[in-house]
Ligand binder design. Structure first.
Ligand code: PEP
Ligand code: MG
Length: 747
């Protein structure tokens, strides 16, 4: 192989581009390209392997290996040297391929003649497309310069693959972004949705990977980097930045000023890439490194670099976030991640949300839940796979996404949605009816809310009131602490919309899964059991008092219900309640009207409160069981940890026995009791709760119908007897017995 110069590289890229400019089939082009590369690089072999499916690579063209092997030779991701290049996205360069660890001999290719091997990934910003290989008979390592040159070629091939240059009609090559893809993620919010992809950050499309005039391109990239630096400085100069935001921007600034970054891009341009392609090549390399780095901090920094590359590409191409594309009908938002405020901006026009990252307890998940939008998180590679407008099915129940689904899959899915819609219609007809079981007992069904936008559901769902208003959402979606005046206006609007129905406002429940962007959380080994909820309120009462004042002013003489989250012992409740009374007194002395009726209650979310002295149950105006937290503490199973969060059944008879004790304690003191965890909205769980004595359940608005429909069909006395029998028989969970009994009821 002769020493390569920059102008050799440019010549090769230009020849590649010219080959691609001529109309022709995908296979013809690939054949010509392998010939061109082998000729230009002075190697005996050049082969292109492309992904046939996400796990399988196929030899799609070769110069130098046996032609009969084309479209016959396949390997799994990770298999042989080619598979290794594809898996790790990094080059393999060896003088003696057969002696290399993991080498796999493919007799049909005739490659035993060739000793040296250089393989490079064909990839585009994290999307693995294939592998480019050159081989020679002589035992030699390829030089840095040769690797570099071939890397630039691989980059151009990636862009061209992306643009569909090699897609042939015979289906030999995988057409990118055309095939159905099924992605298994994690359920963030239940529900099913069919719609079209709306990318939160649309991909930047590069149509000119090869450029003729390197000096012009260098000029362009220098200008763009300059603009980028100024924009970061502007952001850094903005007020209202907290320490974390500042840190991220400082990291951006460091990268933007990094000489190495600009130098590498300029070198790529000198070899024939356009400015955009050079940025993307760097970005691809960063993504590959990101996948390999075990250290979370370094991974974060590499992902900063990734974001920075996106910004630079937008400057270069003029393609902003707003590409002018029109949001499709039934949009399903697809993003790597999204902040709660941005998600709230989209609001209910979204049919579903699919995130590549995220966690069950992330703010975005909390907002999606509040908006009742089906959400799938941890959907690996969705951003690389999806294009704006692609058909997409979101199965929030199973945590599965079908992108560009086959018609059969889409039909089955539509059946599921239709059945749900049908059921919803039936539920609507029950709206005005009480949830009275056949034994004559009536259960009050309330709804959970957290946004002003939830309030219309009070009427449409038929809920009797708001059993839990999560006030933290207003704090989470802002970049700074809301002012008292804002809160007064919001709470007043909530009470106006509730039109006399009871709304139980829960005071700020922050900490654990809910971290305010503008309040640095303490470093805690176990935040779920840490400084959170009413503990924060009591230790730093400023915010809690401001919130209580806002609630009293918003009530403006109307009835007011307040409850405190995660009360753990009686004295905590006494202290929290004393704050309410003090604020009441203060507001009165300032001449503000006081509520005509005031209820102050506690959420029972820790087992200890169930054993509080009777005086607690007598003092509190009501108890609301926060089953999500209570269950995680009862079973010592983190509600956010996928490995354990579904491990223990709510209908486990020990848990039901514990809940029954709470029912008994409240009954003894005549304390009103409700249950407002997610389980209250699951019909069978709701039935069990009602059967053991809960007379008020609060749930997502969409669950009111299904829960009411079931409760109206059965006898709570009989359900109670089924649970008791299961316990007497030594069962672990009441579920099997309840399910069997239920199926005999409907048979
Ligand atoms: C609960 O813990 O059950 C509850 C209703 O509160 P949250 O889910 O907001 O913690
Ligand atoms: Mg809770």
């Amino acid at each position: 192989m002769p020493e390569r110069t920059e102008s050799d590289s440019r010549k090769l890229l230009r020849r590649l581009r010219d080959t691609l400019a001529v109309p022709g089939g995908g296979q013809d082009r690939l054949d010509q390209i392998t010939h061109l590369i082998a000729d230009s690089m002075g190697t005996e072999v050049c082969s292109i392997y492309l992904f046939r499916d996400p796990e399988t690579l196929e030899l799609c063209a070769t110069e130098g290996l046996k032609k009969a092997a084309v479209h016959q030779t396949r390997m799994k991701l990770g298999e042989g040297l080619v598979g290794r290049v594809a898996r790790f996205g990094l080059p393999v360069n060896t003088a003696d391929a057969p002696a290399e660890r993991g080498f796999r001999y493919m007799p049909e290719t005739g490659e035993e003649l060739f000793s040296s091997f250089l393989g490079l990934p064909i990839q585009r910003v994290g999307e693995k497309l294939g592998v480019l290989v050159v081989q020679s008979k002589t035992k030699r390592l390829y030089s840095e310069d040769e690797i570099y040159a071939l890397d630039v070629v691989a980059m151009v091939l990636a862009e061209m693959t992306e643009l569909g240059a090699f897609t042939s009609g015979d289906g030999a090559m995988r057409a990118l972004h055309k095939q159905p893809v099924m992605i298994r993620g994690t359920s963030g919010q239940e529900g099913a949705a069919e719609g079209r992809v709306w990318l939160h950050e649309p991909r930047v499309v590069i149509t000119n990977p090869v450029a003729d005039d390197p000096l012009t391109e260098i000029d362009r990239i220098r200008h763009a980097v300059g603009e980028l630096r100024v924009s970061i400085d502007d952001l850094l100069g903005a007020e209202e930045l907290d320490k974390d935001q500042k840190q991220v921007l400082e990291a951006y600034r460091m990268f933007a000023h990094s000489r190495g970054w600009l130098r590498r891009m300029e070198e790529d341009i000198m070899r024939g890439l356009s400015a955009e392609a050079a940025v993307e090549k760097e970005q691809s390399a960063a993504r590959s490194r990101m996948e390999q780095v075990p250290d979370a901090y370094l991974r974060e920094r590499l992902s900063d670099l990734d974001d920075l590359s996106n910004r630079l590409l937008r400057i270069l191409t003029g393609q902003g976030r707003d590409t002018g594309a029109e949001m499709p009908e039934n949009p399903v938002l697809v993003a790597r991640n999204i902040g709660p405020a941005e998600l709230l901006d989209y609001g209910r026009k979204l049919k579903g949300v699919v995130l590549e990252e995220g966690s069950v307890g992330s703010h975005a998940a909390i907002v999606a839940r509040a908006l009742a939008i089906p959400l799938v998180i941890n959907a690996a590679r969705i951003v690389a796979e999806a294009l704006n407008g692609d058909p997409i099915l979101v199965d929030g129940d199973q945590g599965i996404v079908h992108l560009r689904p086959e018609e059969t899959v889409a039909n089955a899915f539509r059946d599921k949605i239709a059945m749900q819609a049908e059921a919803q219609k039936r539920y609507t007809s029950l709206r005005g009816l009480p949830a009275t079981a056949t034994c004559g007992t009536t259960v009050a069904l309330h709804m959970n809310a957290g946004l002003m936008a939830d309030l219309p559901s009070l009427d449409s769902s038929g809920a009797e009131g708001v059993g839990l208003f999560r006030t933290e959402l207003q704090f989470l979606v802002r970049s700074k602490m809301p002012q008292r005046g804002e809160l007064v206006r919001l709470y007043a609007r909530v009470l106006d919309a509730a039109n006399g129905k009871r709304v139980a406002f829960r005071t700020l429940d922050i900490g654990s899964d809910k971290v305010l962007p503008y309040m640095k959380p303490p470093e805690e080994p176990n935040p779920a059991m840490g400084w959170r909820a009413v503990r924060v309120g009591l230790d730093k009462p400023g915010v809690m008092r401001m919130q209580l004042q806002a609630l009293i002013r918003a009530a403006n003489g109307r009835a007011l219900t307040v409850m405190f989250p995660l009360v753990t012992e009686h004295s905590e409740f006494q202290a929290a309640r004393a704050h309410v009374l003090r604020e009441l007194h203060r507001e009165k002395s300032l001449g503000h009207p006081v509520p005509e009726r005031l209820e102050v209650g506690a959420m029972l979310e820790t087992p200890s409160l169930a054993y509080a002295p009777r005086s607690f149950f007598e003092l509190t105006d009501f108890v609301s069981v926060g089953g999500n937290d209570l269950k995680q503490f009862f079973f010592a199973a983190d509600r956010e940890n996928e490995l354990v969060r579904r491990r223990y059944d709510t209908l486990n008879l020990t848990f039901l026995a514990f809940l029954e004790q709470i029912v008994a304690r409240c009954a003894e003191a005549s304390t009103p009791l409700s249950f407002c965890g997610e389980d209250a909205g699951r019909p069978v769980e709701a039935l069990a709760l009602a059967a053991i004595g809960f007379r008020t359940l609060s749930m997502r608005p969409a669950s009111v119908g299904p829960v009411k429909a079931l409760l109206r069909r059965v006898s709570l006395d009989e359900a109670r007897a089924v649970i008791d029998r299961a316990r007497a028989a030594g069962a672990e969970s009441a579920r099997p017995a309840l399910m069997e009994w239920l199926s005999s009821q409907t048979a």
